[in-house]
Design a protein around this ligand. Structure first.
Ligand SMILES: NC(=O)c1ccc[n+]([C@@H]2O[C@H](COP(=O)([O-])OP(=O)(O)OC[C@H]3O[C@@H](n4cnc5c(N)ncnc54)[C@H](O)[C@@H]3O)[C@@H](O)[C@H]2O)c1
Length: 471
């Protein structure tokens, strides 16, 4: 593994054409905002997003994804665009240099972050980092429209010497074969002569306050050896965990997509084990615990695979493989297994109810958690919805409580009503309680007041004691 230690002087030598580093981050979501905030501690950063509501909340110093604490955001926020105002900065012996429209060759624009929905605000940047979503459609085919649109946006403001770095998760080839032609068309510039590109996949883990963006080793790559080094130095100047410079953009793209595919396949394997051990009436978690005492046993646990990374990225790789005439067997088998788990868990809960002589039709059930993972407000592609729908198919009446999810968002996305205040469910008791997401709040919650005399308690995450059943 190649690691780059970068000094401040090397960092400054990474500037384009001796201009200061001026970064535009396109797409300020779970990935873009933490990255923009981090770069803004050292550089001038303009964050661009087409969602005006998102820009408004960020400029007020609040991140509704909860990835960047408000204090940390406010610390770097700039009230106006440092690249479009005349300003003076102290320099060297106290002399002040006037910047003209952010283009000053001798001065430095203010460091910090300014967020905007206005394209003109990013026109003077020299590094463009694209962090827009790459979802799949209902048929699990990759949707590259946001990436194409973001490339058109950047193409409109691209100038000679600029560098465009893609971070969105894609299949190998998207950057060079699909995005670069858009940049060339929109800008009228020539790739690798007038402007350059790179790919640096993001490994951030929403809700994880330990592995934050600066503490996760970052893969980098560039369209020429010099640009690869420049991009690597730029990231290494803010990522304390270090960087790994991949030999090509395609290698970097492929590395990201297989990281998540590998996780998906491993989880699919333990989900299959859970189905087998449930038939054999053996506790899967105990089996995994025992097996994990071997030095090279991989510690995966069964569960619902939701969100927009692990459950999505394998389809990107599969699509590219199929285009080349190869039908991926293991990758797609993993996806099928993991996508079947919502329905499977519902059937297990219903079995537990029947064993306790609880009439299933019109039974009341409390679902704890609706987000796609613990301690995170993100409900996109959550598989808890599959579980709720399957339970409702059996005639069970489900009440959902999640202190992290926004009820209006869940209703808009899925048509499901949720409660986010405990007081709204207090006083009610249920025939069954299902722990679907292991938010910290649930780990210390007393379930007794919500149970009927004969209630089922089912634990999807394997974290509760004294349950009727678990996955
Ligand atoms: N969230 C994660 O855990 C995670 C981790 C690693 C990689 N990724 C990848 O990073 C990429 C971004 O994911 P995310 O979770 O941050 O998405 P997100 O939906 O949270 O944020 C994307 C942002 O981009 C904005 N946007 C969409 N189209 C745009 C456009 N044309 N121009 C400007 N802004 C636009 C949206 O308004 C949104 O604010 C995806 O490819 C994803 O697979 C995500």
């Amino acid at each position: 593994m190649k690691m780059f230690e970068t000094s401040t002087s090397e960092k400054l030598s990474a500037t384009v054409q001796n201009e200061p580093v001026k970064i535009a981050v396109i797409g300020l979501g779970y990935v873009g905002l933490p990255l923009a905030r981090l770069f803004a501690t050292q550089y001038t950063v303009v964050g661009f997003d087409i969602n005006r509501g998102r820009i408004e909340e960020l400029q007020k110093g609040h991140d509704s994804t909860l990835e960047v604490p408000d204090e940390a955001l406010k610390k770097v926020l700039l009230p106006s665009n440092p690249l479009s105002e005349y300003t003076t900065v102290p320099e060297g012996d106290g002399e002040e240099i006037q910047l003209t429209n952010g283009k000053g060759k001798n001065g430095k624009p203010k460091k910090g972050l300014f967020c905007t929905p206005d394209l003109m605000d990013i026109q003077d940047c020299n590094f463009y980092i694209v962090t827009v979503p790459t979802p799949v459609d209902k048929g699990n085919r990759p949707v590259l429209a946001p990436l194409y649109m973001a490339s058109e946006t950047v193409g409109k403001v691209l100038e000679k010497g600029d560098v465009v770095i893609y971070e969105s998760t894609v299949y190998p080839g998207v950057t060079e074969d699909e995005c670069i032609p858009i940049l060339e068309r929109e800008s009228g510039l020539t790739f690798n002569e007038d402007f350059f590109a790179g790919y640096s996949p993001e490994r951030i883990n929403p809700g994880d306050k330990k592995h934050t963006v600066d503490k996760i080793l970052k893969i980098t790559s560039g369209s020429t050896p010099e640009i690869a080094k420049k991009i690597d130095q730029l990231y290494a100047s803010v990522i304390t965990a270090g960087t790994y410079m991949a030999p090509s953009i395609k290698v970097a793209e492929a590395a990201k997509v297989i990281e998540n595919s590998q996780r998906d396949i491993n989880i699919a394997f333990v989900n299959e084990l859970a189905k087998i051990f449930n038939l054999l009436e053996i506790d899967t978690h105990e089996v995994l615990k025992a097996a994990a005492t071997k030095w090279n046993f991989l510690p995966f646990t069964p569960g619902l695979v939701g969100g927009h990374c692990i459950g999505v990225d394998p389809y990107y790789l599969a699509q590219k493989a199929q285009e080349r005439g190869y039908h991926p067997e293991i990758i797609l088998a993993g996806r099928r297994m993991n996508d079947s788990m919502g329905g499977y868990v519902a059937s297990q809960v219903v079995k537990c109810m029947i064993k306790k002589d609880i009439p299933v039709s019109n039974a009341t059930l409390l679902m704890l958690g609706v987000t796609f993972k613990e301690n995170c407000p993100d409900v996109r592609n959550t598989k808890i919805v599959d579980l709720i729908e399957s339970l409702e198919d059996y005639g069970v009446r489900v009440t959902t409580y999640d202190p992290w999810a926004k009820p209006e968002e869940v209703e808009r996305e899925y048509g499901i009503k949720t409660q986010n205040h405990l007081s709204n469910i207090q006083g009610s008791t249920f025939d069954a309680i299902v722990l679907g997401v292991s938010h910290d709040e649930f780990l210390s919650m007393d379930l007794q007041p919500f149970q009927n005399k004969n209630s089922v308690v089912y634990d999807v995450k394997g974290v509760l004691e004294n349950t009727t059943g678990k996955l």
